[in-house]
Every structure is written in C-alpha cells, then in structure tokens.
Design a protein around this ligand. Structure first.
Ligand code: GDP
Ligand code: MN
Length: 381
C-alpha cells in the first residue's frame, strides 16, 4: 500500500527525522493561508498523488509570496499527473538547497533482507542513477537479528559519497529511517532528496513509504490511510466496463488474456527495454466487444507510445480478438503502433482478418518478437 508524502513525513517525524514545516491544502485559498503562516518567503507546493517523479511532471512548484503560492496551487490542484487527478497539495516552507542526497531501504526478495542504499546523487530519479552509474549507490543488506550496525552506516556513507562532515548527522537519519521501516512493516522507504541546506543542516525534503499489504492487519493507523482506487479515472473507467486493469508508470499499453500471460508480457516488454503502462487481462473467452473496450481503455492514458496485444487462444478465439481489434482501430483513429501476437484457437482466421483489414497493425508470431517490435516502434521517434 502506498501512502502520500505528507503521511510518510508524519511517520518519519515521529521517529525524530527533521521535516520541513508544512500542511495539506485542498483549495488555492488554503494554500495561501498556509503560506501566510510561514516566517520566510519561499514556499513549495507539492501534488499529493501516488506516483513518483512529480517534480519532472510539473506537480511541484516553488513560489515567492503567498499570492504566488495561491496561483501555483490553482495550477496544481485538479491537474492530471500521470493519469491521477490531484486533490491535495502539501504546502511547505521552501528550502535553500545546497546538496541533495538519497537514502533508501527496500525489502530485497533475493537476499531476503532489508537493503539500505545511500547515494550523493539524490534528487533525481534514482532508477536513472542505478542504470547510468550504479557505482554511485552504496548498498548493504542488513542482518535482521543484528540490525543496522554502525560500521555498515560508515561504509554506506563513505561508499555513497557523503560529505565527511555530515556523516554523523546522516547516520541519525539512517537509524531513524530503519526503525521507522521495521515498525511500519514497510516494503520501501526513501528520503529523496535528503537536503543539505545552505545553512548546512539536513532535512528530509521528500519521503516515500510503501507498506506491506500483508501487515496492514497490525498497522491499523497506517491502513486507515488507504484510499479508494477511484482516484485513478482510467481504472475507474475500466471497472465500469468490467475489465481487470491496473495502471502502471510506463508508456506501452499491454493487453492479454489470462493474468499469467499478461504478467509475463509485462516482464518480457520490460526485458526488451519497454516501460509497461498497464496490466489488462481480458480474461478467457473474450468477445470482440471486450477487446474493443480493452483497446479503448488502454489508449485513454496520456502519453501512451504503443500497444501490444498478446493472445494465447484456448477458450478465447483469435478471430474474435482480431475482429475486436479491427472494430476499435476503425472507430478510434489510433495514432500509436499496435503489435498483435495471436496464437492458438482459430489463429489462422485471426491473422487473415488482421491482414486483410488494411489497417496498420503489426503482426508478431512470438511474445518475444511482439515485445521487441513494440519497444522498437514505440520509442522510434
Ligand atoms: P518527486 O519529484 O516526486 O520525487 O518530488 P520531490 O519532493 O523529491 O521534489 C523534486 C525536486 O524538487 C527536488 O529534488 C528538489 O530539487 C526540488 N524541491 C523540492 N522541494 C524544494 C524546496 O523546498 N526548495 C527548492 N529549491 N527545491 C525543492
Ligand atoms: Mn523525490
């Protein structure tokens, strides 16, 4: 379960982590009123939605006066951020930033331990740092019985490139974050960025905590923060149409039949370098109408770059699927590439229907080929 930044900060605050002064607002007037209460001029207005990379997506803005903060609040409240409508903003006292560090912990399924990460490359997308220069992220797996030891903290700070004069202070943050992680049954906890201010103090400028769903029964306070999926208009639309759709962060739409096949499709597309935009299972025995609905829903996501349809026909008939795709393609004016892989029951009829449609649908004979083609076509421009 994801919680919002302001909630994660509330949790960390209880463990003694310094956080900026701030409050949540749901209207521009409230934004102004909160900003008027700050000593200092600089104000940050931050969209509270369950996605990362809000800064880059325009969900975080600075303002110099309460009036400007109100204006910025007007822009952010109600905006669509990666498919989510912004209903709340966190209004904070702005920070004069000197440096940005990254502190993170995840439950690592491979080592079956909590892995702690430290990097001097904070602020930006940490996945990008991991891909570009992995040596800049120091990592240590923690023995659950021994806990986070001082020598591990020293190693993390040294290898992570933390300024020597700040190690003692960073160590406090790591210890508090570790206890918060354990006691909240978190699966992920991040402070990114951990800001070094111009005055030389450290403060958690952003916080993210995910809670292990299996532990919610003993985390009543945190579980109370669970929000309905209605927050995501595409998921809501999918539910109305009876589709099993889960929105993801990427830009390649995925449609398949059967949860296992769709999950595998997500993995194969990722392995080929694509970022899946969604999970969508049309289920067994889907008729043309369902396929058409599925394509329509997947294409609702802004910034979608391509769609791959991966069908293994059993009860589902490939000719039905082909008819649905063509129906949708004729009425929708699809502007992105669509790769279709059909296999199984009535595959020849299905392929023939697609081929004779005159529409720009790219056939593939295996899942791997489909993934390769959609990644190539989607990111071509
Ligand atoms: P995210 O994009 O969702 O991770 O949101 P963050 O809260 O991490 O903000 C993104 C970036 O906005 C940070 O890395 C900072 O560079 C910038 N930012 C956030 N708060 C402040 C602030 O108080 N002052 C200044 N100058 N920049 C800020
Ligand atoms: Mn961040």
């Amino acid at each position: 379960m994801k919680i919002h930044e302001y909630q994660a900060k509330q949790v960390l605050g209880k463990y003694g982590v310094p956080i900026p002064e701030g409050r949540v607002a749901t209207s521009p007037e409230q934004v102004k009123a909160i900003a008027e209460g700050f000593r200092d001029g600089l104000v940050v207005v931050k969209a509270q939605v369950h996605v990362g990379g809000r800064g880059k997506a325009g969900g975080i803005k600075l303002a110099k006066t309460p009036a400007e903060a109100e204006e910025v609040g007007k822009q952010i409240l109600g905006m669509d951020l990666k498919g989510l409508k912004v209903k709340k903003v966190l209004v904070e006292q702005g920070l004069a930033i000197d440096k940005e560090y990254y502190l993170g912990m995840i439950l690592d399924r491979d080592s079956k331990r909590i892995v702690v990460m430290v990097s001097s490359e904070g602020g930006v997308d940490i996945e990008e740092v991991a891909a570009r220069s992995p040596e800049k992220i120091a990592k240590v797996a923690i023995n659950p019985t021994l806990g986070l030891a001082d020598h591990q903290i020293r190693h993390l700070c040294f290898a992570g490139g933390i300024d020597k004069s700040l190690v003692k202070e960073v160590s406090r943050f790591l210890k508090a974050l570790y206890v918060a992680f354990r006691e909240s049954d978190a699966s992920l906890a991040e402070i990114n960025p951990l800001v070094v201010t111009k005055a030389g103090t450290l403060i958690a400028a952003d916080a993210k905590i995910n809670i292990d769903d299996n532990a919610l029964f003993r985390q009543a306070d945190l579980a109370a923060w669970q929000e309905s999926e209605d927050d995501n208009p595409i998921e809501e639309e999918a539910r109305k149409r009876g589709l099993t759709y889960v929105s993801l962060d990427g830009d390649i739409g995925i449609i398949g039949n059967g949860a296992g096949l769709v999950m595998t499709s997500l993995d194969v597309v990722s392995r080929e370098g694509g970022k899946p935009a969604n999970f969508l299972d049309i289920g067994g025995g889907a008729k043309a109408e369902v396929v058409r609905n599925a394509l329509e829903v997947v294409l609702l996501k802004p910034d979608i770059k391509g769609v791959v349809v991966n069908i293994f026909g059993g009860i589902t008939r490939c000719d039905e699927v082909a008819r649905g795709i063509i129906d949708a393609a004729r009425s929708l004016d699809i502007k992105v590439p669509v790769v279709v892989r059909l296999e199984g029951t009535s595959v020849e009829e299905g392929k023939a229907i697609l081929a004779s449609s005159g529409l720009n649908l790219v056939p593939a004979s295996t899942m791997r080929e489909a993934a390769r083609k959609i990644v190539e076509l989607s990111y071509a421009a």
